[in-house]
Design a protein around this ligand. Structure first.
Ligand code: HEM
Length: 501
């Protein structure tokens, strides 16, 4: 018995000494507020938004450390630190963190967006980029043109009265992604799917104590696990039905009328090139979720913000309209081929994405312990790259909080800067390995929709509201849409025959 006691005493002393030594050897963790034992900074959970984290970065610097229970989190808030994690050491920072909810709802990361960096993700991304996001996939691009046309038609019918632009553009992007994913669908299917998506969205953001204190996850203290099971079985039933319909009515993959489900069914059960990926039904369901989440709210919120900013600065709307008048004229609608001749419209889109990046915090995870700027970042830390704070960083941008599209125009202060991932002061689509694979399709929708809205209509705020009175608050979630939907009054600039053609 005494031997046992001495053994434990020595073992304990050894652990304490070696922990102290290893602590001494390591560089320090990045700075941050003082932590409380065990719970760390969990009392600050409601401050983990892009705006609050930007304020904390002003106090503690571009690399900020917080401990949420047992989870290390690091926030990156300057272009220099973003370059360090997205370029210099990107292979160590390219995993994705997944909460209990995300892991469950993505069939244990059977998708691309939440898969860890590695052979499975690489094969999955190759397949999606070639088959689903490629410019060659005419169905997706055609669905954008049709959905924009339908939106213009419904606006023309409401001309002169206040219109809820936010709801309208959400419907627009939802139609685009639904059609690209499932082909033509009935209204009943659409409503069911929207309800499922909304519950998924809530669950993605729901607080779950088990994410921070792992041994509490079995207790399901806030009933999240029960909701998760219900939501996933609803999606299972919905997509199983669609997969069965596609099997009964098969289409040649890559044919003009094939949708994403047709294209992916062609790979079901077969190994792809490298042999790492054997596509299962779970993969198909999870990829569909990626596309719906990745492509709907992001694009919708950017269109809504662009119009809101132009309504707040009417001289900017006039400048875009003058350009459209010169390039397109009043006798026809905007065509895809016009977009490259509308440089000021592109400046407006860029400036919108700078001030309102639809995904304000890019979520990454470290694969192993590493050192950045002399600080230790522990393995499996959650890394949040604050694209919103970086886009408004005072040392990178002149008049950082002001909407000034001309900054990107020839001769402007920031003329040469773009968002394709080479300028770390401007990363609305991310940069490097995990950057957005849907950028081309997203930008096409955004530019075409904003061009049509500005070309087809004049816009005013309702009830005599002055431009300066338009609220510009956002809400925080996976995306950062407007806190209140934009309501505005359209009046046609083109003839009704043209708008309804
Ligand atoms: C204005 C439009 C869009 C913006 C601003 C945007 C932005 C982003 C950002 C910031 C990321 C994460 C980058 C990172 O973690 O470093 C991302 C990833 C992703 N986006 Fe987009 N996105 C847009 C449109 C789309 C569209 C239209 C789709 C699909 C149709 C899409 C699908 C995805 C997917 C699947 C990922 C995960 C990629 C991966 O983890 O490998 N996005 N997007």
């Amino acid at each position: 018995m005494e031997y046992l006691f001495v053994f434990f005493l020595l073992a304990g002393a050894f652990v304490v000494v070696s922990m102290r030594r290893s602590r001494k050897r390591r560089s320090p963790l990045p700075p941050g507020p003082k932590a409380i034992p065990i719970i760390g900074h969990m009392l600050m959970m409601d401050r983990l938004t892009h705006r609050e984290l930007a304020k904390l970065a002003n106090v503690y610097g571009g690399l900020l450390h917080l401990r949420l229970g047992f989870l290390h989190t690091v926030t990156v808030s300057t272009p220099e630190m973003a370059k360090e994690v997205l370029q210099v050491q990107d292979s160590l920072f390219s995993n994705r963190p997944a909460t209990i909810a995300i892991a469950y709802l993505t069939y244990d990361r059977a998708d691309m967006a939440f898969a860890h960096y590695g052979p499975f993700w690489r094969q999955m991304r190759k397949l999606c980029v070639a088959k689903l996001f490629s410019r060659k996939r005419e169905e997706s691009w055609a669905s954008v043109r049709d959905a924009v046309g339908t939106t213009i038609l419904s606006l023309a019918a409401k001309a002169g009265a206040p219109v809820n632009v936010g709801e309208l553009v959400f419907g627009l992007t939802m139609n685009i992604t639904l059609r690209a994913a499932f082909g033509a669908q009935s209204k009943e299917n659409e409503e069911e799917f929207i309800a499922i998506l909304q519950e998924f969205s809530k669950l993605f953001g729901a607080f779950n104590i088990g994410d921070f204190i792992p041994w509490l996850k079995w207790f399901d203290l806030n009933g999240v696990n029960k909701r998760l099971r219900k939501a996933r079985s609803a999606l299972d039933a919905f997509i199983d039905k669609i997969i069965d319909e596609h099997r009964r009515n098969p289409k040649e993959a890559d044919s003009a009328d094939a949708d994403m489900v047709d294209d992916m069914l062609a790979f079901l059960g077969t190994d792809t090139q490298g042999g790492y990926l054997r596509l299962t039904e779970d993969n198909i369901k999870a990829i569909i979720m990626d596309v719906m989440f990745g492509g709907t709210e992001t694009v919708a919120s950017a269109i809504e913000w662009a119009l809101a900013e132009m309504l707040r600065s009417p001289e900017e709307l006039e400048r875009v309209q003058a350009e459209l008048e010169q390039v397109v004229g009043f006798d026809r609608m905007v065509h895809e081929s016009d977009l490259n001749n509308l440089p000021y419209l592109k400046c407006v889109v860029k400036e919108t994405l700078r001030l309102h990046p639809p995904i304000p915090l890019l979520l990454h995870e470290t694969a192993e312990e590493c050192t950045v700027a002399g600080y230790t970042i522990p393995a499996h830390s959650r890394v949040m790259i604050n694209a919103w704070a970086i886009g408004r960083h005072k040392s990178s941008w002149k008049d950082a909080d002001t909407f000034l599209p001309a900054r990107f125009a020839t001769g402007g202060h920031e003329a040469g800067i773009d968002f394709r991932g080479n300028f770390f002061e401007f990363i609305p689509f991310g940069s490097g390995r995990r950057s957005c694979p849907g950028m081309q399709l997203g930008l096409y929708t955004l530019e075409l929709a904003v061009a049509h809205l500005a070309h087809c209509f004049n816009w005013e705020l309702p009830d005599g509201m002055k431009p300066t009175e338009l609220p510009m608050d956002d809400v925080f979630g996976l995306t950062a849409p407007r806190a209140s939907r934009l309501v505005a009054v359209p009046t046609p600039r083109l003839s009704f025959e043209l708008l309804s053609a």
